[in-house]
Design a protein around this ligand. Sequence first.
Ligand SMILES: [Zn+2]
Length: 267
Amino acid sequence: MALDTADAPDQLLGEGDIPPVHEVNAAGASPFLLTSDHYGRVLPHALGDLGVAASELTRHIAWDIGIAGVAERLAGMLDAHLVAQRYSRLVIDCNRPPGVASSIPVISEATAIPRNEGLPDREREARRREIFDPYHHRIDAVIDDRVQAKRPTVLVSLHSFTPVYAGVARPWHIGALYNRDTVLPQLLLKHLRAEGDLVVGDNEPYAVGDLTDYTIPVHGEARGLVNTGIEIRQDLIADQSGQQQWAERLARIFTEIEVELHAERLV
Ligand SMILES: [Zn+2]
């Protein structure tokens, strides 16, 4: 009977498991609020290795390679608040609406995730309750506090993409990803193109959508915040010097964009 499970919900995270939410520079003064849905690739102890080879668990299917180093540095350079999620997207993807197939994938690119196969609802719920919800509730609360304090908030959702997906090479160095925002992605694209040395993706390698994304539709669009997603190609930020260079480049660009948003009275 359903009542039994309600009385004793499955616990996913236990002793030795770290909290899902990671924050940097929470008192940062910048209008930019940075998020990183695929920051980490930690697995809860209870899930073992998900039935997946160790060599697969460091690939892009498990997390956004390199983005943690960029996000941390960028938060520091901009004096911006970063809210990030440490568990692997193979446990639950924090940028998918819960319930869609890719939320708890049984296959990612060409890799099967056996531990996600035939998952009982209560286990599915536990992943949501203990990883997805705390992360998104925290972003919600941060935005609430900023609104309350009458502080401007511009949401920037940071991601990285694999240079080759399913055998197809991707030419872009960086992309601006968006759906309903008509301001920030266009400004960002203008600045990225002006760099002169970049192949810039306009909603490439993919566009933001309500069924394929969560953070931008829910925290950006639904709350009326100026917002954009950013995707950086993973081979460019695989090491610390690449992460530093890209953080410096983005910090410079976002500092210029802040002036433009200010002139438009958007921050
Ligand atoms: Zn991502």
